[in-house]
Design a protein around this ligand. Structure first.
Ligand code: SF4
Ligand code: SF4
Ligand code: FES
Length: 447
């Protein structure tokens, strides 16, 4: 079936929510309280639309489409309604965008620029509320900037079911708060920062470090566990330093992580900024070492299918026994996103038929002289007496290995990984080139 939006026909299905149809078709529809993964609450009224045949404007987040429904999101009447709603939202708002960390990605700022009534009608002083309140879990609350959309509250009540947040007070004094003596405290808490459409909730980890308009962004997949949550990597390069990753944000994938990330995965971006310090070995020395006949290799189960295939081919050509062991942590997983398998692509290891038996690996290790470690954590604290160890690493390493080759991490590489539900996903490389080569290129050189 079809509906008509601003005189343009749009295909949809009977019973779809009008709001979803508009958002999925990239039609601009201002909104605060609706979120595709939290549902409707109907409290902000910003999503008003005009519907042919209806006397009064309706909210799109509570309207279901019917055949030939005619909708306007841009009429003068609708813009006037939005202007009035914004006036109400901004009555007690400090309008301090220049010093707000959300500036540049704030819905209130965007709508204010589009429909704002720039001269306030208010003649009494604005109601003051709490500023820079530390809620715990890296989340800072500024109550004066809040539009009371309740997204953060619904996240803790409906999604994590931890219920830390609520609204206290009434009228002008209504504000978001945690119960006295309590903190925001769950493994997914930082999602509220991303859910907040304005600068009321900001991340302690990110705030005041970068202006968002100086950041580039690349589509990627979190490598923190086998769920493979979809992310945006936000990064930049300054004149005097190499590329730096500043944050991971969630990228919506209905099938995998909706719009959410766990805090562990969200903060794992810091590993991508670890710089390799130290000497890098010569490829010729490795070629020499490969002439020894007793060799074993261990490859990280977080490597992409492309990297694993290249390692497998390299091992076959050089008569090296290849293994990959999973990163299991029984205390990490939960019944939502986090999995006990803390590698990004163990399903890929299985698909390529790489041996993952720890027992067999250790038995072989006893008898072999050269150990090649492709960025696997297992060997970090292991005694490797009388062995020559070659390490291909994405981060700095403390141990004094025989040969060390720094390689580009996943932000500087592209590839495919398979998640715990056997879904294949691609991740992409950021705009700036790594100072270290990609593993696949390095192995090409060794041919
Ligand atoms: S803090 Fe943000 S998400 Fe929470 S109610 Fe206020 S505006 Fe909405
Ligand atoms: S659940 Fe796993 S993949 Fe998702 S954000 Fe957390 S660590 Fe990353
Ligand atoms: S988004 Fe529809 S009422 Fe808030």
């Amino acid at each position: 079936m079809k509906i008509i939006v601003n005189d343009i026909p749009i295909e949809c299905t009977e019973g779809d929510l009008l709001m979803d149809v508009l958002l999925d078709n990239n039609i601009k529809i201002p909104h605060f309280c609706y979120h595709q993964d939290l549902g409707a609450d109907g409290n902000c009224r910003m999503c008003m639309v005009e519907i042919k045949g209806q006397k009064r404007p309706q909210i799109a987040c509570d309207t279901f489409v019917t055949e030939n429904l005619e909708v306007s999101t841009i009429s003068e009447q609708i813009n006037e309604v939005k202007r009035s709603i914004l006036e109400l939202e901004l009555l007690n708002h400090p309008v301090d965008c220049p010093i707000c960390d959300q500036a540049g990605e704030c819905k209130l700022q965007d709508y204010y620029m589009d429909f704002g009534l720039y001269d306030s009608h208010l003649s009494t002083p604005k109601t003051k509320k709490g500023k820079a309140i530390d809620l715990g879990c890296n989340v800072i609350l500024d109550q004066e900037r809040c539009v009371l959309c309740t997204r953060c509250i619904r996240f803790t009540s409906d999604i994590t079911k931890t219920g830390e947040l609520g609204i206290i007070g009434r009228g002008d004094n209504a504000r978001v708060a945690v119960a006295l003596g309590h903190e925001l405290d769950n493994d997914y808490a930082m999602n509220v920062v991303e859910l907040c459409p304005v600068g009321a909730l900001t991340s302690k980890d990110f705030r005041f470090k970068q202006r968002v308009w100086f950041l580039d962004s690349t589509k990627s997949v979190c490598h923190g566990c086998s769920r493979g949550c979809n992310i945006q990597i936000d990064y930049n390069e300054t004149k005097y330093s190499a590329e730096k990753v500043h944050r991971f944000r969630s990228r919506r994938n209905k099938q995998i992580n909706q719009s959410f990330l766990c805090d562990y995965g969200r903060l794992s971006y810091t590993e991508l900024n670890e710089e390799f310090i130290g000497g890098i070995s010569h490829v010729e020395d490795l070629k020499e070492l490969l002439k020894v006949d007793k060799k074993i290799a261990l490859v990280s189960p977080s490597m992409s299918l492309q990297q694993l295939s290249a390692v497998k081919e390299f091992c076959r050509n050089n008569n090296i026994e290849l293994f990959s062991l999973p990163y299991i942590d029984e205390s990490f997983g939960d019944d939502w996103l986090k999995t006990n398998d803390m590698s990004a692509n163990f399903a890929g290891v299985k698909e390529l038929g790489i041996n993952s038996s720890e027992e067999e690996f250790n038995a072989s290790l006893e008898n072999l002289h050269v150990v090649i470690n492709f960025d696997h954590k297992y060997l970090k604290n292991k005694e490797l007496k009388n062995k020559k160890v070659v390490h291909f690493t994405t981060s700095n390493i403390e141990t004094n290995y025989e040969l060390v080759f720094a390689i580009a991490n996943f932000a500087h590489d592209s590839g495919t990984i398979i998640n715990c539900d056997m879904i294949k996903q691609d991740f992409y490389t950021t705009k700036y080139k790594s100072v270290h080569p990609r593993l696949v290129e390095l192995l090409e050189e060794l041919k």
